[in-house]
Write a new protein. Sequence first.
Length: 303
Amino acid sequence: MLTFDRYVTATTLDEAFDALQATPGARLVAGATDLLPWAREGRAGDVHLPALVDVGAIPALTAVTGEDGVLRIGAATSIAACERHPLLLRDAGLLARCAVWFADDQIREQATLGGNLVNASPAGDTLPALLAMNARVVLAARDGAGIRERAMPLADFITGPGRTRLGNNEILVRIDCDAVPGHGGAFEKVGHRRSLVISTVCLAVLARLEPARRTLADVRIAIGAVGPVPERLGDAETALRGQRPTPAAIREAAVLAADRVRSRSRQEYRREVLVNFVERGLVAALEQCGLAVQRLPQEIVHA
Ligand SMILES: Cc1cc2nc3c(=O)[nH]c(=O)nc-3n(C[C@H](O)[C@H](O)[C@H](O)COP(=O)(O)OP(=O)(O)OC[C@H]3O[C@@H](n4cnc5c(N)ncnc54)[C@H](O)[C@@H]3O)c2cc1C
């Protein structure tokens, strides 16, 4: 069970830092969709916190702006906002595709991008999507000189299941990533149940054709839930970049993904799903770029 003495709704970063500093042991919270079940289901035993510090009402953490090809997405932006924010729909359609697969309507309204990243579950759905968008996290800390920020690639921020490089006194303020208005995008996910599914395999793909639409100018593929941390498929991306996206080239690149499965459970199943996802995701992303590619006939992918 979760109990706490005080609930502080911060409206500025300074207020949040004040509350965290004033109450040792206070816990930062955004949508609380990870925190509440963690405590309520007894996974952490009985949890009593001196204070919860809610950062979900800080305007800087919910702002979404874009300039010079870079999107700046506040850490407390909800998953639901990814489905309806005009700038995100235009420049980051992949996030909306990912959001559709995320939990249910109620959770999507509460859950935030920042919470999903800091929770650092290998199965976190927004991680592959943001990795494909070359996301960088911006972390803020307060010292005598005021609030200072540091940034690092998302790939460096997540170090293992549930582990990140977030410092003790830091708040994740925003996620900076590439705007990708001209890219086709696809998100694929499979899990154990039909609804409210935690991913067993998930995948995000971005693809852009060069102007004559014969070769791939850019291709990015990121996978989640098949290893300790989500990751980009650099070898498959390199194999495809600058190439004609023929059915055979797509199949060859997809097969490279099979080696990335490191989860011990259901390895064979995950390999087969992953290879099919990469192939299907690339075909879907290219279709959005106006190029129809036929998939080769299905084959079983052996270990
Ligand atoms: C029924 C259900 C279904 C779910 N389905 C999915 C799903 O399909 N896909 C998926 O990926 N996840 C799913 N989740 C998990 C959860 O909703 C997400 O991980 C969510 O994005 C977490 O965001 P939050 O704002 O609720 O985080 P919170 O619970 O508020 O916080 C999570 C952790 O991050 C820290 N934190 C939050 N924001 C910040 C910040 N700005 N700076 C520093 N630290 C911060 C908190 O201190 C806490 O440790 C589901 C959860 C539930 C309960």
